[in-house]
Design a protein around this ligand. Structure first.
Ligand code: HPA
Length: 271
């Protein structure tokens, strides 16, 4: 049986916040944590100080909740996330999204590092997620199993098409092309075999990673608008087998940090 989920209001109450609630929540993926440095007047609360918050154990995921401003917008940033491959249930992994909603966030920007399945993708490309394939969820590890609230959540257009267009327009203004694609979540933590990569390509996947789907499902359950951005950190091409490792994933995150940060910093005030 799943354990009772902690009350997100208790988690939210433990977060250092001034008089203005955040409206936008941002989850930063592997190697992408530096974006948090762009927040003005940020207040930080370590994950460990928030009741119910699972602790992040992966290199590249520091684990703090930051509340600050980007222009006129109040933003809550999760620097670091937890993954199901650390042994947490999908419901636990998505608990921080419930805390964001309890704080007042109505929009979620979720980011991740991903392998590029689409052969036209290059390392360092950024991709707006237009849809996802939740592979662990299809076989039972869905964050709404045993969770509070409405269960039969509609996932058509879970990634808000208007926000995809907004992000594409901003990328154009910044002088680069934002790719579009379908993100597949796999449980990991081992990377994919060539047969698995062929399978993912055959079913229409453009990028593969080990996160995001549980968070987006809970965000949709709570009525949040969602924008998802993947950073392509490696090619995941069955015909050009290139070994991938976690250090490379983090290193690429740092190389595209500037472009990624510029995109988010310009998109968020327009959300
Ligand atoms: N596979 C799965 N997850 C990933 C990858 C990958 O190639 N790159 C970054 N996260």
């Amino acid at each position: 049986m799943p354990t009772a989920a902690p009350d997100p209001a208790t988690g939210a109450a433990a977060i250092d916040i001034d008089d203005r609630s955040p409206e936008i929540g941002v989850v930063l993926g592997s190697g992408l944590g530096a974006f948090a440095d762009r927040l003005e007047n940020a207040r930080s609360t370590p994950f460990a100080a928030i009741p119910g918050m699972p602790s992040a154990s992966v290199v590249g995921h520091a684990g703090e909740f930051l509340i600050g401003s980007l222009g006129e917008r109040r933003v809550a940033v999760l620097r670091g996330r937890v993954h199901t491959y650390e042994g947490h249930s999908a419901a636990t992994v998505a608990y921080p999204i419930r805390v964001l909603a309890a704080l007042g966030c109505t929009t979620l920007v979720v980011t991740n590092a991903a392998g590029g399945i689409n052969p036209s993708f290059k390392v360092g490309d950024l991709m707006a997620i237009v849809d996802h394939l939740n592979l662990p969820g299809l076989s039972g590890n869905n964050p709404l199993v045993g969770a509070p609230g409405h269960r039969f959540v509609d996932m058509v257009n879970a990634y808000d098409p208007a926000l995809v267009e907004l992000a594409e327009g901003v990328a154009r203004e910044l002088g680069f092309e934002l790719r579009r694609g379908v993100y597949a979540m796999v449980s990991g933590p081992s990377f994919e075999t060539r047969a698995e990569l062929r399978f993912l390509r055959a079913v229409g996947v453009d990028a593969v990673g080990m996160s995001t789907a549980p968070e987006v499902i809970v965000a949709r359950q709570l009525g949040m608008r969602v924008l998802g951005i993947s950073c392509i950190t490696n090619q995941a091409n069955p015909d050009v087998p290139t070994p991938v490792n976690h250090e490379d994933v983090l290193a690429t995150g740092q190389a595209v940090r500037e472009r990624f940060g510029n995109l988010l910093a310009k998109v968020i005030p327009r959300l």
